[in-house]
Design a binder for this molecule. Structure first.
Ligand code: HEM
Length: 420
């Protein structure tokens, strides 16, 4: 009789256990200590900072996930999403999209971000408490990305719904739901595509100063993006760029409320906001993991790697590597210049929206620390999303005594940890 297929090792099955949503770090720490290792054929787990960083920069590691022996059969139409492309094709697309991004000047968005964030934080004053995810974390990045792309204001609720449904499909292909794109997620993707197809047509006829128009115009060395590339990029920007920032804002507010000394420190010196953003990224990564596929045989530390192996990179665990970050479980917004966390990845796929995310969240945290009076977490007010990879609260209920009015916009965005 043929032997039974190997059972999923307990610690890998445990990775998908909802019991770890609240605090996955003790468990991730165990995986990191054990890594790099090969729990079963086809998978290599890597959680130490130096090795995760090296794999992300290694040209022998492909981002084309469907090359993996373990890869589930893709469902639905494949998109040429550059998150999954390798150089040189990746380099070409990325350069074109980065060019369109540069034209829209992220730094120039600061006053508008401040205005939106101030309005949203102002909503915290209600007597029934303030739900931070719905009230601030979701709408801020959504409004910003919609304005950046050129999506009309009245359509943003539609996009919010699609984006949330699609983000569940971004979990890595392990665990009981491996490879199954839910009907909801597939419908959301189809709706996204139909929506942007129309928007692209409109901007082709009448260009504006928005990202969709710039994506239509960019050209380098005779290369342009075709409609399909633009569509895929819009979906990627909305999905990869929206859910992640939502989680970062909610993770940040939660970390600050659970560490009142750090909240007070930020309130007393709001120029610490950019440093606080970096510490939250390290302490509670919004993207917990990513994968690469080995092109060649080799080793990572003592672990053997075979061609076609999927390499699971535990970004959130690497950010708490005690060999790199002293006292890694301590939340400390004053860590100062430190080795880079890996929350925006590293190497050729380093997050294209990192500058925008940093700017948005620094402004949101500065206002959250300074405007609400005595903000505090409602007991039982935190419920986590089911997502394994894009980690963050689904609900975050707080109370506050009042909200101070925002200072005039002319005071400008936070300038960095050493300003003022
Ligand atoms: C806190 C917020 C964010 C986090 C934590 C985050 C995280 C990441 C990570 C980890 C990757 C690389 C994955 C890999 O190497 O496999 C990535 C790539 C990317 N991100 Fe972000 N992201 C954030 C916000 C944004 C925003 C706001 C945008 C754009 C509006 C954006 C656009 C992108 C794009 C286009 C890529 C693909 C880059 C490439 O493949 O070359 N991200 N992001």
């Amino acid at each position: 009789m043929p032997p039974d297929p190997p059972a999923l090792p307990e610690e890998i099955a445990e990775l998908t256990d909802p019991g770890h949503r609240e605090d996955p770090y003790p468990y991730l720490g165990k995986l990191r200590e054990r890594s790099p290792y090969r729990p079963f054929d086809g998978l290599v787990v890597v959680g130490r900072h130096a090795q995760v960083s090296a794999v992300l920069r290694d040209p022998a590691m492909s981002a084309a996930r469907d090359r993996a022996a373990l890869s589930p059969t893709p469902q639905g139409p494949r998109t040429r999403n550059f998150l999954h492309l390798d150089p040189p094709e990746h380099t070409r697309y990325r350069r074109l999209v980065a060019g369109a991004f540069a034209r829209r000047q992220v730094a120039g968005l600061a006053p508008r971000i401040r205005e939106i964030a101030a309005e949203l934080v102002g909503g915290a004053a209600g007597p029934g408490g303030f739900e931070v995810v719905d009230g601030l974390a979701y709408p801020l990045p959504l409004r910003v990305i919609c304005e950046l792309l050129g999506v009309p204001f009245e359509d943003r609720d539609l996009l919010q719904d699609w984006s949330a449904k699609l983000s569940e499909a971004l979990d890595p292909p392990i665990g009981p739901a491996a490879g199954r794109m839910t009907t909801d997620a597939a419908r959301a993707r189809a709706a996204f595509v139909a929506y942007f197809r129309k928007l692209i047509e409109q901007r082709r006829d009448a260009p504006r100063d928005d990202l969709v128009s710039h994506l239509l115009q960019v050209e380098e060395d005779g290369q342009r993006l075709d409609d399909h590339d633009i569509l895929t990029t819009c979906v990627l920007l909305l999905n990869a760029g929206h859910e992640t920032t939502v989680n970062l804002i909610a993770n940040a507010v939660l970390a600050l409320l659970r560490h009142p000394d750090q909240l007070e420190r930020l309130r007393a010196d709001p120029s610490l906001a950019p440093a606080a953003v970096e510490e939250v990224l390290r302490y509670d990564a919004p993207v917990q993991m990513t994968t690469r596929v080995a092109r060649r045989a080799g080793t990572i530390g003592a672990a053997e790697v075979r061609p076609g192996d999927m390499v699971l990179l535990l970004l959130g665990a690497a950010n708490r590597d005690p060999g790199v970050f002293p006292d890694p479980d301590r939340f400390d917004i004053g860590r100062g210049p430190a080795p880079a966390h890996l929350s925006f990845s590293a190497g050729p796929h380093f997050c294209l929206g990192a500058g925008l995310a940093r700017l948005e969240v620094a402004i949101a945290l500065e206002l959250f620390a300074t405007l609400p009076v005595r903000p505090r977490l409602r007991p039982g007010g935190v419920v986590y999303k089911r997502n394994l990879n894009l980690r963050g609260p689904d609900r975050l209920l707080i109370d506050t005594d009042a909200v101070r009015p925002a200072p005039p916009a002319a005071e400008g965005p936070p300038q960095g940890p050493h300003h003022g």
